[in-house]
Design a protein around this ligand. Structure first.
Ligand code: T1G
Length: 692
């Protein structure tokens, strides 16, 4: 059952029931049409109300059905809306909570719409790389006007129902019980004729061409690699320039064009990937979580400060523990400065500023944090230091407190072994800047308790992070893959590239920042320290010494005013460095490598396929639960271009056989051992399958 039909007095009530958000899947669409037939045949029924059960009126078309025959199987959403709009009895949409996408389009096909306040009203299709495909681009401008409708459709942003109260979208806003209000409204309108239809409203916008042209130029400038925003403008333009039914045809054609694009498939992949990431196969979704009412952070450095801000932003009091008053004062001052900057930009109210600053306090004593529900260690990335901290935490923290480490590569099981409560230990790897980057790698130790993991996942949502669960290995998911990416980047320098050429090639593919600009930003000394530790245990692993030579000359990046690139004081713009390029050329000669011209395609293939191959191994070993988790790590933590869906999705769009063929070619070159294909890739390619 995905819609319930009942008659209350002389009003028929159709209640959509397709949890969690009443997605308008085929079964729901069919049930609505069947219910409309019953209402039409029942002479006692004078009016019909459509509403949604649970937490939404409707979240729109069932995205899970896309690219499956069900999505367009009759009754299509168009058919459902036509049945409603052409009914001989008044149909009233009773809207609450969420009315989005196809759900709003269904409501626009009704003769009347009433709503509670606070309902989220949106046509968010553009965020999925498509556009409203069931009349939304033609009907919304008729009730909101051209400008407001175009803004909503191109941005996909929700608007609270009360903000639209004065528009023709709503006939009434209902205070109190929605259904009682809707029934009263239905009684009132039961005999009113003719039945008003949104499609009959004329859009009055003189000189619309100038506005539409301005909109095209503005949208083209902001759309980046995504085709949907500009098509939204074209669809809405048809609402003004064409008859209603002709406008519907324009909308349909544009929708069908967009729904097939890789960009849309990538956005839909990311939509579901974000939500799938919080699902852990052996941890039931209703696992009880531990209440987190207070947090402590050990270390007031860049990471510790940023981490603390996340919790203050979510309204959770945070204590920062430092060893020295000077370091503590510096850390707290940096946090205040960050909030002041946000305040100055108008992105924070004075009230929120004060609330957040006051939620963060400092202390020099472990005893002062003993009652915190969660403590996150963000000290120097050295196992000896971690050991001291966790032994102390084990001593002072109250029973049941969660002990988390922000380590970016170290073994969480070893860290847990420093305590007598390894089940309470977990990794929470934030990405710098910790108060900005969405990604949170949640590292599950062998002994981490299920409720601790469930708590960390729930908390990641509360602090607006994308929590992705990783098993324990060197580098977890993101940094383990970036090691292979960095190896190839170094080899490319030795074989003929400059840092700028590598960066430009991968940035042309859509990466926010290439490996060398990223190194200069994050600090080349971080990778240097990791390599010193990592390759001691793995002497057989070859890697380029160019990065070490760079660090030996003190060129750590922006923080030292020079790295792979030169920098001018007060200017973060990277300038190619002749000195570094000469050092690279000399190094090639020293190691007897003849430099050659290397294409952008080779650069991007070697960088990305190195990620994909290591990602496949991470999947094989069960470090990551699913390929989309790996994609979410790269989309939210490493600047992988969203329109390409993440490394594993991108490999799927290229075809794993093609990826393997390219890898085979590179395996014949220098350090060919780096290109040994993961068994999972070979088996998937053999079955013509992909990772997702
Ligand atoms: N279809 C299928 N599943 C959906 C869904 C949808 N439209 N919306 C949400 N879900 C699932 C989601 O995957 C998750 O599943 C659960 O619901 C809770 O979601 C013709 C073609 C509605 C504001 O783009 O913005 O209509 O992980 O965690 O925070 O023009 O979901 O539990 O298994 O996000 O309360 C247009 C997308 C579709 C709305 C609720 N509609 N959804 O937020 O819960 S295209 C959208 C959202 C369309 C027509 C076109 C949000 C929400 P699971 P959640 P939430």
């Amino acid at each position: 059952m995905s819609a319930e039909y009942q008659v209350v007095g002389n009003i028929a009530v159709i209640t959509m029931k397709n949890p969690p958000v009443n997605g308008l899947g085929h079964a729901t669409r069919s049930a609505i049409v069947e219910s409309m037939k019953l209402a039409a045949l029942d002479d006692a029924v004078k009016a019909i109300i459509i509403t949604g059960a649970g937490k939404a009126f409707s979240g729109g078309a069932d995205i899970k059905e896309f690219n499956s025959p069900k999505a367009f199987a009759e009754p299509s959403l168009h058919t459902v809306i036509n049945v409603v709009e052409n009914a001989s009895k008044p149909v009233i949409a009773a809207i609450h909570s969420v009315c989005m996408g196809g759900g709003l389009e269904l409501a626009l096909g009704c003769h009347y719409r009433v709503a509670t306040t606070g309902a989220q009203i949106a046509l968010p299709e553009v965020k999925l790389g498509i556009l409203p495909g069931a009349g939304g681009t033609q009907r919304l401008p008729r009730v909101l006007g051209l400008e407001m409708a175009l803004n909503m459709i191109v941005s996909g942003a929700p608007v609270a129902s009360e903000k639209l109260a004065e528009t023709a979208l709503f006939n009434e806003l209902i205070d109190g019980d929605l259904m009682l209000g809707a029934m009263a409204f239905a009684e009132k309108m039961a005999d009113v004729r003719p039945l008003p239809r949104v499609r009959d409203i004329k859009i009055d916008y003189p000189n619309h061409e100038a506005f539409l042209q301005f909109s095209r130029n503005t949208v083209r400038a902001m759309a980046g690699p995504f085709p949907a925003p500009l098509k939204c403008v074209e669809a809405v333009a048809a609402a003004v320039t064409k008859k209603f039914d002709d406008g519907l045809i324009v909308e349909r054609d544009l929708f069908l064009e967009l729904v097939q694009t890789t960009e849309s498939k990538a956005l839909r992949h990311a939509f579901f990937g974000e939500r799938a990431a919080s699902k852990v196969p052996d941890v039931p979704e209703d696992t009880p979580t531990r209440p987190i009412k207070s947090v402590a952070v050990i270390g007031a450095g860049t990471m510790g400060g940023g981490i603390a801000m996340n919790f203050a932003n979510a309204g959770i009091p945070v204590q920062i523990l430092e060893m020295k008053q000077e370091a503590l004062d510096k850390g707290l001052a940096t946090i205040r400065k960050n909030y002041e900057n946000t305040l100055k930009k108008g992105k924070l109210t004075q009230e929120k500023f004060e609330q957040r600053v006051n939620l963060i306090t400092g202390t020099l004593s472990y005893e002062a944090i003993a009652q915190a529900d969660l403590v996150i260690e963000a000290v120097f990335e050295d196992m000896g230091v971690k050991e001291q901290v966790f032994k102390k935490l084990d001593e002072v923290m109250k029973p049941g407190a969660i002990l988390a480490s922000n380590t970016s590569t170290l073994d969480v099981d070893v860290i847990a072994s420093f305590t007598k409560r390894p089940e309470d230990v977990i990794g929470t790897h934030f990405f710098s800047p910790a108060n900005v980057m969405k990604l949170l790698e949640i590292v599950r130790g062998k002994k981490t308790a299920k409720d601790v993991l469930a708590t960390a996942l729930a908390l990641s949502k509360k602090i607006k992070k994308t929590g992705v669960v990783s098993g324990v290995c060197d580098g977890f998911i993101g940094n383990r893959m970036i090691e292979q990416y960095s190896r190839q980047a170094g080899f490319l320098l030795e074989e003929g590239c400059t840092p700028e050429q590598v960066d430009k090639a991968i940035e042309k593919l859509g990466f926010a920042m290439g490996p060398f600009r990223m190194g200069d930003l994050a600090g080349n000394d971080i990778g240097w320290a990791i390599r010193k530790r990592r390759y001691v245990d793995k002497p057989h692993v070859t890697y380029s010494k160019t990065a070490d030579l760079l660090c030996e000359s003190g060129r750590f990046g922006q923080k030292t005013g020079a790295g792979w690139y030169d920098y001018k004081a007060g200017d973060r713009k990277p300038y190619p460095s002749q000195l570094v390029n000469d050092m690279i050329i000399q190094h090639s000669a020293d190691i007897g490598v003849e430099r050659r011209k290397i294409s952008d395609q080779e650069i991007t293939e070697r960088l990305i396929f190195a990620l994909v191959n290591e990602g496949a191994r991470i999947l094989e070993e069960g470090i990551a639960t699913r390929a989309s988790d790996i994609d979410m790590v790269y989309l939210t933590g490493y600047g992988f271009p969203l329109h390409r869906g993440g490394p594993m999705f991108y490999a799927d769009t290229l075809g794993l056989t093609n990826v393997l063929m390219a890898m085979e070619k590179y395996a014949k070159g220098r350090h060919g051992d780096a290109w040994k294909p993961a068994a999972l890739m070979l088996s998937l390619a053999a079955e013509a399958k992909g990772f997702n």
